[in-house]
Every structure is written in C-alpha cells, then in structure tokens.
Ligand binder design. Structure first.
Ligand code: NAD
Ligand code: UDP
Length: 337
C-alpha cells in the first residue's frame, strides 16, 4: 500500500476520564495491552501521575498513552474530538473521605462530568461507559442486590453527593440514549481493591493493609459486623472490557462485583493472618449512613458477559499486600536517605 492508503489503517482510540486514579490506571494498562491508543484525562484530585509512569515512560516502541489534565466539569472542546472511539467515565473520587471533602464538586463531577462526556461521545459517535456504583442501592432492603432493585438512598445525608450524583448520571446516560441514540454501557461496580490504591485513600482495604504493615492500630468502624463483597481489580477490568463488546442493545446497568460477602472484622482478621501483623483492632464511630450489608447478584453479568470473578479474596489480598509492602519499603528508603 502506498501514499494516503497506508495511513488509513484503523487505530482504536480510547479516552479514559479518571485515568490516573486506581481503577483508571488499571484500565489504561489493559487498553494498551489490547492495542488501543489511550488519552487519560484527570484533574489529579485523588489520581496520581505515578500510577501512569510505566505507560507514559514507554520508550520501547511507540507511546500509546497521552495524559491531559482536565476537570470533567469543564466542557470537552473540539481538541478532544480525535481522541476517542470509545469513552470511559471513571472520573469521580470513590472513597467516602475524599468525595465528602468537596461534596458540591463531587455532585458537579457526577452530573456535569457525565453530561460533558456524553456530549463528546455523541459528537464523535463513540460508545461510552459509565462507572456507576453499588451505592445507587443505598441501604438495601433486599439481599443480594439485583439490578431491578431501585434502592433506598438518603437524599440529604453525607453520602448523597456521591450516591445521588451517580443515580442521576445513570439517568443522563439513559436519556442520551433515548434522545440521541448514543451507545451506552453502564456498570454498577461493587467494592474493588488492588495495587495502585493510595495509602491515604481511606477505604477499608487500603487502610487495614497499610495499618497492618506498619503494626499500627487497625481501625474498625462500628462493631465491624457490616458486610461488603470485595472484587480484585483485574476481575473488574475484565468485566468492563466484556461489557464494552456486547451488542448495542445491551446497555446495562449490570452489577460487577464479587458475590463473596465478608464482614469488616473478617476482612481485618484475614489481613492480620496474611501480613503476620502485631496490630490490634481499635473501634471508631460508625460513619453516618454507612450501608449495613452489600452483596451483588451477578446473574446478569454471568448471562450477558459470561463473566464472574476468578481471583479469590485471599489471593487478591496477597497481591495487594505485596504491592503496599513494596511502596512501604520505598517510602522507608526515601526517609533514611
Ligand atoms: P479514585 O479516586 O482512585 O479515582 C478517581 C479518579 O477520578 C482520580 O484519578 C481523580 O483524580 C479523578 N477525578 C475526580 N474528580 C474529577 C474531576 N472533576 N475531573 C477529572 N478527574 C476527576 O477512585 P477509583 O476507585 O479508581 O474509582 C474510579 C471510578 O469507579 C469512580 O467513578 C468510582 O465512582 C467508580 N467506582 C469505584 C469503585 C471501587 O470500589 N473502586 C466502586 C464503585 C464505583
Ligand atoms: N471501614 C472500617 N475501617 C476503615 C475504613 C472503612 O471499618 O478504616 C468500614 C466502613 O465503615 C464500611 C466498610 O469498611 O462499612 C467499607 O468502607 P469503604 O470506605 O471501603 O467503602 P464503602 O463504605 O464506600 O463501601
């Protein structure tokens, strides 16, 4: 092939909003492995450039990842137009301490971020993914939670900026599909953990692992009898990728999570056993509106995506502990330098 024909080969392009965050960085890595050119867009409020170091520093071969610092509450102008055949909206702080620190901005991020990214996807004829959440179920009255359950969410509590923001973002996605025919994919993600979480992220897995590795008191909120169902990040990313190649008629929302439910106390005990920590458990007050139980029904994901998590909790925790241990070792080395 000569001349212009040669340059006509199709390169798949993905835009990942929230690409420097925990899940976003894993997704960028997976997209590169699958042959995509990736534009990671992030305001860096909780995301870190170091999460993308390996991908941005790729001097071997062609660089496939670009980073743009941008707040999704700002519109995406035409300079973003050539960036995407596929758009992922992961931009939003996911840890309660972080999303509650600037609640008004969290709500704006959920609403205006979804709207701005939907406009971009619509302009470019791109397929668009929304990282929704199990939080749309609030304090669930049915168990495990199926997608058909409509949730019990406080509109006024401290979690509402996130929960209601994510609920409204789902509405925007479905209205865009109804009004403009946009190809949408919505996943309700349940608690996911793994390497690249911040040590000060504030969520339970990272808190307990970091405290255990430092032999510091491990913080249990309330009695620790509340449950969560923890999914290892590689399984989650696999679920997202499978969702994106389903036929346009399948939009979700679909639950993505690990249906193995554990109490916070059980999680702490497993982490102590796996780290050999000398930490003791300390009780802290239960945060307002903290859900009592949470567990996904993943029948729909099994049926439509042929997907279920593969990594058992102990194995996922081992990998995550190893990663945090290496971070701790680098931190200590920097302190003694
Ligand atoms: P994270 O906090 O590590 O990542 C969020 C990323 O979004 C960060 O890089 C942050 O800087 C960026 N961001 C936040 N507000 C922004 C804004 N206004 N403009 C641009 N960038 C912004 O959290 P995560 O665990 O990686 O979560 C990623 C997405 O997945 C979030 O949308 C979250 O709601 C969703 N989710 C995650 C989980 C989970 O357990 N990890 C569960 C349910 C849903
Ligand atoms: N939690 C805890 N100790 C911590 C952090 C969290 O006991 O140091 C509890 C928290 O109250 C909640 C559960 O662990 O019941 C999961 O909290 P996380 O913030 O990870 O996620 P979410 O509440 O959004 O599911």
């Amino acid at each position: 092939m000569d001349g212009p024909e040669r340059t006509k080969h199709v390169r798949r392009r993905a835009l990942v909003a929230g690409g420097a965050g925990f899940l976003g960085a894993h997704l960028c890595r997976r997209l590169v492995e699958d042959g995509y050119d990736v534009m990671a867009v992030d305001s860096l409020v909780t995301g870190r450039m170091s999460n993308l170091d390996e991908l941005l520093d790729n001097t071997v071969g062609e660089r496939r990842v670009r980073f743009v610092r941008h707040d999704v509450t700002e519109p995406f102008d035409e300079t973003f137009d050539a960036s995407s055949d596929i758009v992922f909206n992961l931009a939003c702080c996911a840890s309660p301490i972080h999303y509650q620190a600037q609640p008004v901005h969290t709500l704006k991020t959920c609403l205006e971020g979804a709207l701005n990214l939907l406009q971009l996807a619509h302009r470019n004829g791109a397929r668009i993914f929304q990282a929704s959440t199990s939080e749309v179920y609030g304090e669930p009255e049915t168990h495990p939670q199926k997608e058909a359950y409509r949730g019990a969410v406080s509109t006024t509590g401290p979690r509402a900026c996130y929960d209601e923001g994510k609920r409204c973002a789902e509405t925007l996605f479905f209205d865009y599909r109804r009004q403009h025919g946009t190809q949408i994919k919505v996943a309700r993600i349940f608690n996911t953990y793994g390497p690249f979480m911040r040590e000060d992220d504030g969520r339970v897995v990272s808190n307990l692992i970091v405290q255990a590795l430092r032999n510091e008191p491990m913080t249990i909120y309330g009695e620790g009898r509340q449950t969560r169902s923890f999914c290892y990040v590689d399984d989650l990313v696999e679920g997202i990728m499978r969702l994106m190649v389903t036929p346009p008629t399948f939009t979700g929302p679909v639950n993505l999570g690990n249906p193995v439910e554990v109490t916070v106390l059980e999680l702490a005990e497993r982490i102590i056993a796996l780290t050999g920590s000398r930490s003791r458990l300390v009780r802290k007050p239960m945060p307002t509106d903290d859900p009592t139980r949470r567990c996904p029904d993943i029948s729909l994901a099994r049926e439509q995506l042929d997907w279920e998590p593969r990594v058992p909790l102990d194995e996922g925790l081992r990998r995550t502990i190893a990663w945090f241990a290496s971070q701790e070792a680098s931190r200590k080395a920097r302190v003694t330098e």
